[in-house]
Design a protein around this ligand. Sequence first.
Ligand code: NAI
Length: 254
Amino acid sequence: MSLSGKSAIVTGSASGIGREIALTLAADGASITVADRNLEGAEAVARQIIESGGAARAAQVDVTNSGQVDAAVEGAAEAYGSLDILVNVAGFGFNSPIVDMREEDWDLVLGVNLKGQFLCARAAARRMIQQGNGGRIVNIASTAANNARYAGGAYCAAKAGVVQLTKVLALELGEYDITVNAVGPGFTETPATVESSDEYRSNFLAQVPARRSGRTSDIANAVLFLASPASEYVNGQTIYVDGGYSAGKLTVRG
Ligand code: NAI
């Protein structure tokens, strides 16, 4: 297993994509800190990992709170002797046309989806630099980073910010053997998307060459690669895992 002996913190891992990433990295040998605002959910995921023979612990953290973030990162390092991998997953979608958008909603969407990744990356990078042993940071972006969508102002801006933050971090941390990459999921079946309207779902899927929505395992497998030694020379990149959605306009044919 390529991640044996590695300690990973995965934010937003009480549910959906983050949960699958935590389970996948654990199955590959990493010791996992399941970090989420939802402690009960995080504890359930940690239990599941332990019952499967892995190592895991839960930590309650709101990624917009720098004190909680710093404590969670230190806690992960102390529990397992080091911190080697951060996966920034905590986030949520939000729809409102700009003319109707409340200032507090804009701040919240940018706070969780973008500032949260900055705070977690800062805390993890400080620890990794101090350890002197390299590291891996993987940020979850979205196809919304590149593909503007109606009523997606705050979310699209936040995810576009994640892509640029990823590149800047790659430039700043490369000399410490820390790589920073992102994975941009397309429409993926999770508790967050289960209630998407049939109209939204079918409009979205009409643009997906693979003709199906994403599975959380599709995303977790890409994260596993970027967290593993196999991706050593990949840095500053965003891999879109979207069944081909972002390759072009499927419904415009010659
Ligand atoms: P989810 O709602 O199933 O899971 C999100 C997790 O993040 C939850 O456990 C929640 O408690 C946690 N969380 C939310 N705010 C937090 C905060 N402030 N501090 C700590 N934890 C917090 O959502 P899903 O679908 O698994 O999404 C995960 C990530 O993937 C998000 O960043 C989302 O933007 C991104 N994504 C999801 C897509 C999808 O179709 N499901 C598509 C593209 C990106």
